[in-house]
Design a protein around this ligand. Sequence first.
Ligand SMILES: Cc1ncc(COP(=O)(O)O)c(C=O)c1O
Length: 401
Amino acid sequence: MSETLSHTVDDLYSARVRRAGPPRLGDPRRSASLISFLAGFPDPSSLPKADVIEATRVALERDGEWALQYGASQGYQRLRDELLIKLRRDQGIEASDENLLITNGASQGLDLLVQALCDPGDVVLSEEPTWSGAVACFRGAGAEVVTIPLDAEGTDVEALASELASIVASGRQPKFFYTIPNFQNPTGVTTTLARRKRIVDLAHEYGFVVIEDDAYSDLRYRGRRVPTIYSLDDQGLVVYLSTFSKIMAAGVRLGWVVASPELIGTLSSLKAEGGTSPFAGAVAAEFCASGTLVEHIAELTALYASRHDAMLDAMTANMPDGVKWTDPDGGFFVWVHLPDALSAQALAARTREQGVEFLPGTACHFDGGDQTLRLSYSFADEAQIREGIALLANAIRAEMS
Ligand SMILES: Cc1ncc(COP(=O)(O)O)c(C=O)c1O
């Protein structure tokens, strides 16, 4: 009788799997049982169920045979038409159909760009702290990440210039710079127009791609819109990413990339699934065409503006001396610096036992960051925000003593 050897998949994994971290952050259903400041989950009660039912009915009656069919790799045509209108109206971006690719969320847009531009060991630049999904994406690609700090005016462009000069002096070509210029995740800061222009000038000087991730720009509570980095570039080096996750429904998993026709062609050919869901695309197209998107963004802006105020007021009323935080003009996040020697991970363990969760800043750093944390005010309601911030402040006091 022959002996059967036992095998394990572990021996078969790729280098990419060995580089990959834990699964993507968070599960909204689990967070719903806590006071959750953890993630950029949209407010559950604002999700437009009735409007999406109506948009689905109209989309299927109008176009069902195409919405339920395989689709083009560039994405559902009617949605591309609607997004070009939205980009012109809301972002001041003049683009054509050949500049646009629909993706499975902005996450897939970023993933495709990294696949297209980056081999293991390549040098890329990123703001730090940054969105935890980008940290995981660049790590998974095996990129060497050079980090650029931010201050109250956004990306530190002088640090960017000096890092670029030293990368190029060492004979290497930086592939891209990743930035979130509006209400940055996690710091909430917005990069000024002067600095956006400087980023474009540097891209032209050194020949790298700027990835402009603009997931939050429609949710502005005060101040005026700043022109996109994309609209400041005339050499096809800036790529713009955005998403329906925060302004319609994260569950439709729809995002978009705006870039040069050549790059859009390259990214389309990397879409192994053959094209983002035509069904979801048809529903979202109807949601836009009916005018519902514009009304919904206005409602969300009012809702999140009061959440923002509730959190900032609660922070001012409760936080002990030595804790510092940002005050964003839009988006979902407040970024907190703890007093010396306090660990956000230790604090998170303490508050979680008491029913409050937040994101330790280490998730937003490529290295370090344990004295920082991110609070999201999108998911908890105002009463929960007041209760949760008072509890968090007490936990910080307890850690300090
Ligand atoms: C800056 C940023 N980019 C991208 C995403 C992901 O967007 P999507 O849900 O479209 O994949 C998020 C979500 O939290 C984000 O904060």
